[in-house]
Write a protein that binds this ligand. Structure first.
Ligand code: TEU
Ligand code: CA
Length: 560
């Protein structure tokens, strides 16, 4: 297996709007990021994934780009960007930008031209179709509600938008559009950025026959997913992008791919495929989805989580590379989703889920605030929510499909705004995020949960993450070792080994607040064991063939 820097890296995602506000307008910005680079350097991460900072009307908080070569006014100027990039590199940190080219904003000049007339040179930069008998071309539903087709009076046709109607899909069948994208990518790579996270990049090749989607009983729209995910020309496009834009630079690339499976993951990340370095799959974050997806979440089972992770660990072994994440700007906070965010277990379970993820094979991602132990938020009123997906779900699902109590249960558990409340830097007003009025309210637990507090506590979750990162740097077995699951049917304990030559690690994570007994399988031979990291004090002399775990206990042993 090829050894490379991006396999050995730990990546930290910054959602700039909520990270740090330097000028008191209540919105995080680029100067605010530059101010915090020493903090990130102390944590020990290697790469920053920067959510979009390009010009945008913020219908979807920057994932609707109106100018790919200029900085959003809210975030500052291109000079601020250049300073942040230079300072990051001085701190030994690489910058991975967010590439959003499945769609643009409807306020992009390309779309303004395209919609103006059928024979405009930019017409085919987007996907326009006639309807039939007043009906849209297909019955597909959009991710943020409604149909994926929006009728445009000017030319009497519909345009496709898989997300909001202010996010028209770009037409990747058009080679001129594709060259525009590659040229833009080279513009940023020539400025010195280090790679791209590619937004829903497995959506860019559609089934151009545009068939109807299967419609579930009682659903308003059909499921277009099978007709735009992992489409017929996706590998051709990614290999062309690699040839035209990436291959001339030493980059890190990760494809965000809702609906990708392991077999496809091998094709996207295979070392000889010349496509991407790694992908984000969505199999674990969909666990517990109900009839209305994330909005009526059900209990999830640890055995299902273990099955998914094991499938991807073994599936990409020696064939590709995994991205490892619990949360991001679209997902609830990791401690609330996978651990236990009660006062009693928040920190200990946060350390446990961190251990589980960072001891697997793949590149681990830390979402901003995870290293502080931040949790989900509960706003009293829907007026306090900002996320278009949350607001549209509230509008569309209540009261006919879900009651107000039910939708709020779903919002509290899964809204994207859970991950978008301002980073809690200290216990001062607005958690030190801004001197102004924050664009979204700060989580009311900021007095107890903030960066200043964790930096002052040597047993905090911050220093636990710092140690996990240091261990990854010092132990090749953590990066390259083979993963093998233990006790896969256990509903409380997630245990696995990592093996690289003579090096063997035993990772044991109790995902419950119970105290189950761990029994070491007889076929695991060793003569000595050393605790590499644990979230409780462990008596090194204790025998490890069987022992009782504490609530949310995590231990990593090196076996020799
Ligand atoms: O998200 C892709 C996506 O599928 C989202 O719909 C996400 O999975 C969902 O919100 C979870 O419930 C990417 C970006 O990460 C997201 O922020 C954007 O809203 C979306 O694409 C459109 O650009
Ligand atoms: Ca600001």
């Amino acid at each position: 297996m090829e050894k490379t820097w991006w396999k050995e890296s730990v990546i930290y995602q910054i959602y700039p709007r909520s990270f740090n506000d330097s000028n008191g307008d209540g919105i995080g910005d680029l100067k605010g990021i530059t101010e915090k680079l020493p903090y990130l350097s102390k944590l020990g991460i290697d790469v920053i994934w920067l959510s979009p900072v390009y010009k945008s009307p913020n219908d979807d908080n920057g994932y609707d780009i109106s100018d790919y070569r200029n900085i959003m006014d809210d975030f500052g100027t291109m000079e601020d960007f250049d300073e942040m990039l230079e300072e990051a590199h001085k701190h030994g940190l690489k910058i991975m930008m967010d590439l959003v080219v499945n769609h643009s904003s409807d306020e992009h000049e390309w779309f303004q031209q395209s919609k103006s007339s059928k024979d405009n040179p930019y017409r085919d930069y987007y996907i326009w179709k006639k309807g039939e008998n007043g009906q849209p071309p297909t019955n597909w539903g959009a991710a943020f509600g409604g149909s994926v087709w929006e009728y445009d009076e000017t030319t009497g046709e519909y345009f496709l938008h898989l997300f909001s109607k202010k996010q028209p899909d770009l037409n990747w069948e058009n080679p001129v559009l594709r060259q525009e994208v590659y040229e833009m990518m080279r513009y940023w790579l020539d400025k010195g950025i280090d790679g791209f996270r590619m937004d829903v990049v497995n959506f860019i090749s559609k089934d151009t026959s545009y068939p109807e989607g299967e419609k579930a009983e009682g659903a308003l729209y059909g499921n277009g997913g099978p007709h735009f995910m992992n489409g017929p020309r996706i590998h051709e496009f990614l290999q062309e992008m690699n040839r035209e834009a990436l291959s001339n630079y030493d980059t890190i690339t990760v494809g965000e791919m809702p609906g990708v499976n392991v077999e496809q993951g091998k094709l996207y990340t295979g070392e000889t495929r010349n496509e991407l370095n790694m992908v984000f799959h969505f199999e674990h974050v969909g666990l517990g989805d109900g009839k209305h997806g994330k909005w009526d979440p059900q209990e999830w089972k640890l055995t299902d989580l273990k099955e998914i992770f094991t499938k991807w660990q073994k599936g990409l072994e020696n064939e590709g590379w995994n991205s490892l994440y619990w949360s991001n700007h679209d997902q609830p906070r990791g401690i609330s989703r996978w651990g236990n965010d009660s006062d009693e277990y928040r920190v200990i379970s946060g350390k446990m889920i961190a251990t589980c993820l960072h001891m697997m094979q793949g590149t681990p991602y830390i979402y901003q605030g995870e290293e502080i132990g931040m949790t989900n938020v509960k706003f009293e009123s829907i007026e306090d929510y900002r996320d278009i997906e949350t607001l549209n779900a509230y509008r569309d699902l209540t009261p006919n499909f879900l009651s107000y109590d039910e939708i709020f249960k779903g919002i509290y558990e899964r809204s994207r705004d859970n991950a978008r409340t301002p980073i809690q830097w200290d216990a001062s007003e607005n958690a030190g995020f801004t001197d102004g009025t924050p664009w979204i309210n700060v989580n009311s637990n900021y007095k107890e949960i903030n960066a200043e507090a964790v930096l002052a506590d040597k047993d905090s979750i911050f220093y636990y993450y710092q140690k996990l990162i240091q261990l990854r740097k010092k132990n090749e077995v953590i990066v390259y070792g083979t993963y093998d699951i233990l006790h896969e049917d256990d509903e409380q304990i997630y245990a696995f080994t990592r093996t690289l030559g003579e090096d063997k690690l035993l990772v044991i994570c109790n995902f419950s607040e119970d105290t189950p007994e761990f029994v070491l399988p007889k076929n695991i031979e060793f003569s000595a064991n050393e605790v590499l990291i644990s979230n409780y004090h462990v008596d090194e002399a204790q025998a490890i063939d069987r022992f009782t775990l504490k609530p949310y206990e995590a231990r990593v042993y090196r076996l020799t």
